[in-house]
Design a protein around this ligand. Structure first.
Ligand SMILES: [Zn+2]
Length: 135
């Protein structure tokens, strides 16, 4: 299968797009923006396995959800961090069972962000408790 290369109009990351997706829209693997994929904007043909990032892994739902929960958990702290970690692990398992679905990077981002926000959330709670005890 061949891919066409597009460049994100927002973050300028280059990514491969399966030929079948050209003409529609895709989600940038770098910044998550939905970008149009007009045929005239395609830069070149590349073999599918040259290491360039490919479009966001819609097929690996758990990895994708983990990624978004991880990102959103930055805002909401404790509540979304743990599910982001769990979904990230599920995403990695899915990916291990079926490598064609991709999603490893998103799963890891979800796990890492989920872990960070969970720890930050716990730290915030501890700080509040300490403050209350001292008050
Ligand atoms: Zn982008």
């Amino acid at each position: 299968m061949t891919h066409k290369v597009f460049q994100c109009i927002h973050c300028h990351m280059r990514f491969g797009v399966p030929e079948a997706a050209v003409g529609g829209e895709g989600q940038c693997p770098g910044c998550g923006s939905v970008v149009p994929l007009p045929p005239e904007a395609a830069m070149e043909m590349i073999p599918s396995d040259d290491g360039i990032a490919t479009l966001i892994p819609f097929k690996n739902t758990a990895a994708l959800l983990s990624y978004y929960l991880g990102v959103f958990s930055l805002a909401c702290m404790l509540f979304l961090g743990p599910p982001a970690i769990i979904l990230g692990i599920i995403g990695l398992v899915n990916r291990a069972k079926n490598p064609s679905i991709h999603g490893t990077a998103h799963a890891w981002i979800g796990i890492v962000l989920g872990s960070i926000t969970t720890l930050l959330g716990i730290a915030a709670v501890v700080l509040v408790i300490i403050a209350l005890m001292q008050g």
